[in-house]
Design a protein around this ligand. Structure first.
Ligand SMILES: [Zn+2]
Length: 284
């Protein structure tokens, strides 16, 4: 599932290629991917120019401008489990395009393809007010300067959720999923089952540092590819080789002699080292 580093990589790829291009034609091949009725969707995008490409949490946000230069709303793309935004140059076909969902023809002859094998992704159109309200309902961006150690500690102190589940809650912090929650907790040496409001001030500081370090490293590696995730140019991210606990149950910890374990919290898998991240019940 694409998380912050994968979506950030896609956004950077789009900024370098489709910014200031205009949508010429929109071909909806899989209507179930749209959160907006097809006719409204097509009308809202036709002849709109892409004046911005940004990320909010795990979503790609295209800011649009009308041909007369006025604001034209936003297109929000949530990639779901296996969504891709692939750029295909004029006259080319993409060998990766086995499950095209929506084709956006751009005025320079290139195509932006929304591709989704499992079809849990969603594309929606919003006006700026709707978008601002939605964006404000989400937690802070962990790589922004506003996300301080004090802010994290304050957020944790107000919840008795397990810290792994807390990290996955997009209303508390944006962009984190199973992979980076497990990796950040390992680096911070905090057990995933610990209650958020039971982290010590030092643990909260370590977690803040770990979240930022893990996410920034993963962005530099172009994200983590296990199966479906690809960049806009169809390439794989290389962060999988840097993972210390995620999907490594039964293997040796890279820091001690322990064996990585997996537990299920709120229906989601958390990976951790029982030696490096002692259970809160056993902690002194
Ligand atoms: Zn260990």
């Amino acid at each position: 599932v694409p998380e912050l580093p994968e979506v950030e990589t896609i956004v950077r790829g789009l900024r370098a290629t489709v910014l200031r291009k205009t949508f010429l034609a929109i071909d909806v091949l899989r209507e179930d991917l749209l959160a907006t009725p097809r006719a409204t969707f097509v009308r809202a995008l036709s002849r709109r120019t892409i004046s911005g490409v940004d990320r909010r949490g795990k979503n790609v946000v295209f800011t649009l401008t009308k041909s007369n230069g006025t604001a034209g709303g936003v297109l929000v793309v949530n990639l779901g489990m296996s969504g891709r935004l692939l750029r295909v140059e004029r006259g080319r076909t993409s060998p990766l395009a086995t499950h095209p969902g929506v084709r956006f023809a751009l005025t320079d002859g290139s195509t932006l393809l929304y591709h989704d094998i499992r079809r849990f992704g969603r594309l929606s159109i919003a006006d700026l007010d709707q978008y601002e309200r939605w964006a404000a309902s989400m937690g802070p961006e962990p790589l922004s300067s506003g996300f301080t150690s004090a802010r994290l500690a304050w957020g944790l102190s107000r919840s008795s959720s397990r810290v792994h589940s807390w990290l996955l809650d997009q209303k508390r912090i944006a962009g984190i999923g199973n992979i980076y929650a497990s990796e950040a907790l390992f680096r911070a040496r905090v057990h995933p089952g610990k209650r958020a409001n039971e982290l010590s001030p030092d643990e909260a500081r370590r977690l803040h540092r770990a979240i930022r370090a893990v996410l920034a490293d993963a962005v530099r590696s172009g994200g983590t590819t296990f199966r479906d995730y690809r960049t806009t140019e169809g390439e794989k991210g290389t962060y999988a080789r840097a993972l210390r606990v995620y999907a490594r149950a039964g293997q040796r910890c890279t820091r001690c002699l322990g064996i990585i374990d997996r537990m299920v919290l709120g229906g989601r898998s958390a990976f951790y080292c029982p030696e490096c991240q002692p259970s809160p019940d056993e902690a002194p």
